[in-house]
Design a protein around this ligand. Structure first.
Ligand code: K1U
Ligand code: ZN
Length: 177
């Protein structure tokens, strides 16, 4: 397994729409394992493949304290949304920034698991928020898109300055489609 570089906002590669996975094979399972290791190392509670510059519809989430509840969503689709909730969000691609975002309270998601088997899951609370946040990444969206223009400008300036001061290897890689 490997810890992958995470793209930092406003990197334009975060805007690339991810393509559906055709076949869940060993290369996808390796990607899932590397994404899980990257998420646990960060640390975070979710990660979308787009954030590690792989433009495929793959998400990992683990809300447990002890890394024992890894959830894998391949080609996830929201089939139901109900209600609304506001909660504080963070993002490994927007380090150090937390802001309130309004999303659906409860959702149903249909996806494939790491064996390529279809499942559906009903979620609410933080799991629902996290799934919606990660599906946004697959569609080239970042949570700061929900904030005011002024807040987006401030965040962009702050992170561009930070990356100039401390450049990461991810800044020079081409997208992996
Ligand atoms: O998509 C990402 O970058 C991961 C993101 C997921 C997320 C968090 C909160 C609301 C919506 C989506 C993160 O994991 S940010 C880091 C974080 O929330 C966290 C880190 C350590 C312990 C607990 C939480
Ligand atoms: Zn994120």
């Amino acid at each position: 397994m490997a810890v992958l570089d995470v793209l930092t906002y406003p990197d334009p590669r975060l805007r690339i729409q991810a393509a559906p996975v055709d076949t869940v094979d060993d290369s996808i399972r390796r990607l899932v394992d590397d994404m899980a290791e990257t998420m646990y190392t960060a640390p975070g509670i979710g990660l979308a493949a787009v954030q590690v510059n792989v433009h495929k519809r793959v998400i990992v989430i683990d809300l447990s304290d002890d890394h024992t509840d890894l959830k894998v969503f391949i080609n996830p689709e929201l089939t139901k949304r109900a209600g609304s909730q506001e909660s504080e969000e963070g993002c490994l691609s927007v380090p150090g920034i937390y802001a309130a975002v309004t999303r659906a309270e409860s959702i149903t998601v249909r996806a494939l698991d790491r064996n390529g088997d279809e499942f559906t899951l009903d979620a609410n609370g933080i799991l629902s928020v996290c799934i919606q946040h990660e599906i946004d990444h697959l569609d080239g969206k970042v949570f700061v898109d929900y904030l005011s223009r002024l807040k987006q400008q401030r965040i962009r300036k702050k992170l561009v300055k930070q990356v100039r001061r401390d450049p990461t290897p991810s800044a020079s890689h081409a997208p992996v489609m």
